[in-house]
Write a protein that binds this ligand. Structure first.
Ligand SMILES: NC(=O)c1ccc[n+]([C@@H]2O[C@H](COP(=O)([O-])OP(=O)(O)OC[C@H]3O[C@@H](n4cnc5c(N)ncnc54)[C@H](O)[C@@H]3O)[C@@H](O)[C@H]2O)c1
Length: 417
């Protein structure tokens, strides 16, 4: 693998993780960070950049035209900037590693994909996904019939977020910000990796038995207990083209954060995967655990992009085509829910967090876990505040919104811009 030159757009917020990793990997001789662009470089980032002789540009377009010798651009900026920035980068000849989600809107992701196809550039997405080792283990177990015939996939994320989380950036928890659609919420941000990972595992599992499986429908309930526009608690059921049901549950209003996990249920057993890349395969109640961790995710994404540029890896760990499935389902979930419903105050109190507590929904842990165990939506379990949604057909769907009520948010009545 030769040393490839990288550029970074967005060096604050999560971009600081990229900046630190890119500097560390420059020192390790894996790549070379040539320049960064940020409209508001923090003092410490500015000091690091100056000390390391990394060029800084306030205008990313200026960087793209001045740094023509670089190979790829990491884009880690607010979601509405993903499409214009990655498109500009590919038009200028660079490959791209784009932060998740690839865009808020399916039509934006399709514009990025069209540019990648036309320019012949790669666009990788920084979704966390089960490691290659975990995917191979799960695919082999399914192909060998270790859990019998696969019947369902389920994912659950019980998370606690404070008020500070929603105050960290102007677009946090917003449907729109500064006139752009962001749809920032529980499954579009902190638990986005989990939804992507479940879709990825469903693809892997179908492939293992020689089938194709695409999302064709989604039914989603979306709620908020915090004073935000978007969702902090969501349940959805995704219907796949091969009939496989995928169930997904997330809340940011739990007492404590638990490890996010996915369960694949079969006629003779089950496979559990969690965020630490630990896999457990159970057959008739007897289980065996496997450590499938493969090291730092961000570093793996850079290495995979470089190796794919050089033709050494088979392909991108997270291609834009596979990330599009996430956006297809995510947009469809909003369409299905129609609106974000407030959870009545009688069921909500402040969490026990010492500093800037967020909302806690009473009984949310058992509510989500019961729904998870039964593969039901929250409205199907009889939770008093849950409202039955309408299913949304994803076949041929390519333009958000159709039935989701976004207009109020866009005109500024849905909350602060
Ligand atoms: N992979 C993960 O685990 C993970 C975790 C957190 C966030 N993210 C993603 O990272 C992305 C950024 O999120 P964030 O919370 O860091 O956002 P943020 O609002 O903090 O912005 C990130 C940086 O972009 C800069 N920026 C804004 N406009 C710019 C422009 N026109 N040109 C150059 N720089 C500009 C900001 O100054 C800031 O430093 C989002 O897509 C988010 O979903 C990923």
């Amino acid at each position: 693998m030769s040393v490839r030159k990288a550029l970074l757009i967005g060096a604050g917020g999560f971009g600081r993780v990229h900046l630190n990793e890119l500097v560390r990997l420059t020192d390790a001789g894996v790549l070379e960070l040539a320049a960064v662009s940020d409209v508001r470089l923090t003092e410490s980032a500015a000091a690091l950049v100056a000390e390391r002789g990394i060029r800084h540009y306030a205008d990313y377009r200026e960087m793209l035209s001045a740094e023509a010798g670089a190979d790829f651009v990491v884009v880690s900026t607010p979601i509405p900037l993903h499409a214009p920035m990655s498109i500009d980068a590919m038009e200028a000849g660079y490959h791209v590693l784009l932060e998740k989600p690839p865009g808020a809107l399916l039509q934006d992701v399709d514009r990025i994909a069209e540019t990648a196809a036309r320019t012949g550039r790669l666009c990788a997405v920084n979704f966390f996904a089960p490691s290659r080792k975990a995917q191979a283990l799960i695919a082999n177990a399914i192909a060998a019939g270790e859990i019998g015939r696969v019947q369902s996939f389920k994912a659950i994320a019980l998370l606690q977020r404070t008020a500070a989380y929603f105050g960290r950036t102007p677009w946090a928890g917003k449907l729109t910000a500064a006139g752009s659609v962001v749809l920032d919420g529980a499954f579009h941000n902190p638990a986005a990796h989990l939804l992507y990972s479940m879709l990825k595992l469903a693809e892997t599992a179908a492939g293992a038995v020689g089938r194709e499986s695409q999302p064709v429908g989604v039914t989603a309930e979306m709620y908020h207990a915090n004073p935000i526009e978007s969702d902090d608690t969501t349940a959805m059921r995704i219907e796949m083209s091969d009939g496989m049901p995928l169930c997904y549950y997330v809340t940011l209003c739990a007492k404590e954060t638990e490890t996010q996990r996915i369960r694949i249920e079969g006629t003779e057993g089950a496979i559990e995967w969690d965020y630490a890349d630990q896999v457990k395969i159970c057959r008739y109640g007897l289980g065996k655990s496997y450590d499938c961790a493969e090291g730092g995710i961000v570093e793996r994404r850079y290495r995979n992009l470089i190796r794919t540029i050089e033709g050494q890896d088979e392909g991108l760990d997270v291609s834009l085509a596979s990330a599009r499935r996430f956006t297809l389902v995510a947009n469809g979930a909003f369409e299905s829910a129609g609106e974000i419903r407030g959870i009545p105050s009688a069921f909500v109190r402040l969490s026990d967090a010492a500093d800037e507590p967020g909302a806690y929904i009473q009984g949310i842990e058992s509510g989500l876990k019961e729904a998870f165990a039964a593969g039901k939506l929250l409205s199907e379990t009889g939770l008093p505040w849950a409202v039955q949604p309408v299913s949304f057909d994803l076949r041929g769907y390519s333009l958000f919104p159709q039935r989701f009520r976004l207009t109020e948010a866009l005109s500024g009545r849905g909350g602060e811009e």
